[in-house]
Design a protein around this ligand. Structure first.
Ligand SMILES: [Zn+2]
Length: 416
């Protein structure tokens, strides 16, 4: 059952009021607005309140907006896509459990779209969703009324809402990825793609002061500077700001740029707070140990965390792609990992068995040697402090750049 609330030019039409209690209300706003480069609206606050018959989520806004709500299962999520907005929330507007809601996250999903993801412990559906005009001291408010439901109803509502969302977004998906491929310069500049993990609505691991997404972006920028200084590399970033990029898109950027190398940067947290140090991963079908598997699961979850993956390729396709991966690509990845471990030993603390194998999705480009560097653990005090320190970031960047230099020297001599 689906109750549809259609809001157009300021008024709502309640088509099926009678199924309200049991159904999900999806708010479809198709009044398009041209894509804007900069956010021209702001979210001042996000408030969640428990009422006897519903859980109400309110966003305080600087202006009227169009939005789209959809549902995703496993884990249960209510996702709200908004125009690109600046979130200027007070310190007390923190994500915390209220009723079935376990928390919320927000961030830039892609150019032009901010996203709010509400996590629920049990199925919930949208009873109503609307924007209230200013009244009294209050400005524009986006109101979402969520009600408890059961899994079958949630799944059905989710399927319908996702179909709508895909249809609405289809034209956009035809556009090329945001990062434009580099112009192949004459000479023999190598193309290195640097992939700062997470971003936007997907913050990654949480350190004491900073999210993983910020730490890896800063380190990636330092690495870019270090590589460009040599004049030997063209550097492509999968993201150069706080924006969400799907895992497959990251791989696509590497392949589309004719990358010679792909380097993904992450930092994580782990229950054992004493554990610290850098490690380097290359692709394996099966993770080498449970710890590695946990990390891979965390990184691969990125798309799930942020919402939906529109490029749902069947597993067979993925497997064929992996099968096609040439031995050479794998060997080269392993060789680079070896150099990174060797160089980084001098620059920072390494994790035991610093070169590991895991099934990270971003390492699956069959023709681009790829490594993923876990810079350290944000759950460890020392790691968290050093990884946020620009001086240490520069040092890490220098070490990685040296390994990349050694790698290309080695590759050249091996194939000469
Ligand atoms: Zn990560």
């Amino acid at each position: 059952m689906l109750a549809l609330l259609i809001r157009a030019k300021g008024f709502e039409v309640r088509t099926t009021r009678w199924v309200m209690a049991a159904a999900v209300a999806l708010l479809v706003v198709m009044v398009g607005s041209a894509a804007r480069a900069e956010p021209d609206g702001r979210v001042f606050n996000i408030r969640v309140g428990q009422h006897p018959d519903k859980t109400r989520v309110v966003l305080d806004l600087s202006r009227d907006i169009d939005f789209f709500v959809f549902l995703l299962p496993d884990p249960y999520r209510i996702v709200v896509d908004l125009p690109e907005l600046a979130f200027e929330l007070p310190a007390n507007a923190r994500s915390r459990p209220v009723g079935r809601i376990s928390g919320w996250r927000h961030g830039l999903f892609e150019q032009g779209t901010s996203r709010l993801v509400i996590d629920a412990t049990e199925p919930m559906t949208v009873k109503a969703a609307f924007v209230l005009p200013p009244s009294g001291t209050q400005g524009h408010r986006l109101v979402l009324d969520l009600v408890d439901t059961d899994r079958p109803r949630f799944i059905s509502a989710s399927n319908q809402s996702v179909k709508k969302r895909v249809a609405l977004r289809a034209p956009r998906l035809q556009e090329p990825p945001a990062a434009s491929p580099p112009e192949r310069t004459a000479g023999d500049r190598k193309v290195v793609v640097i992939d700062p993990g997470h971003g936007g609505v997907d913050p990654g691991a949480l350190g004491p002061n900073q999210y993983e997404k910020a730490i890896v972006l800063a380190t990636a920028k330092a690495l870019k500077r270090e590589l460009e200084k040599t004049g030997r590399y063209t550097v492509v970033m999968t993201r150069d700001r706080d924006i969400f990029v799907r895992l497959r898109e990251r791989v696509a950027i590497a392949r589309g740029s004719n990358a010679d190398l792909f380097v993904s940067l992450h930092a994580d947290t782990i229950d054992d707070r004493s554990l610290r140090g850098l490690s380097v991963y290359t692709l394996s079908e099966t993770a080498s140990d449970t710890e590695a598997e946990l990390l891979a699961t965390h990184a691969n979850k990125s798309d799930i965390i942020a919402g939906m993956d529109f490029s749902n390729e069947p597993p067979e396709v993925t497997n064929i792609l992996i099968d096609l991966a040439q031995r050479r690509t794998k060997n080269l990845s392993v060789r680079l990992a070896g150099y990174v471990v060797d160089e980084m030993e001098r620059e920072t603390k390494l994790l035991g068995r610093a070169h590991r194998f895991a099934g990270f999705a971003v390492l699956k480009a069959p023709d681009v040697p790829s490594i993923l560097i876990e810079l350290g653990f944000l759950s460890n005090k020392t790691d968290a402090r050093t990884l946020s320190d620009p001086k240490h970031q520069a040092r890490i960047a220098w070490g990685i750049a040296r390994s990349i230099d050694r790698y290309f020297q080695g590759v050249q001599s091996a194939f000469r």
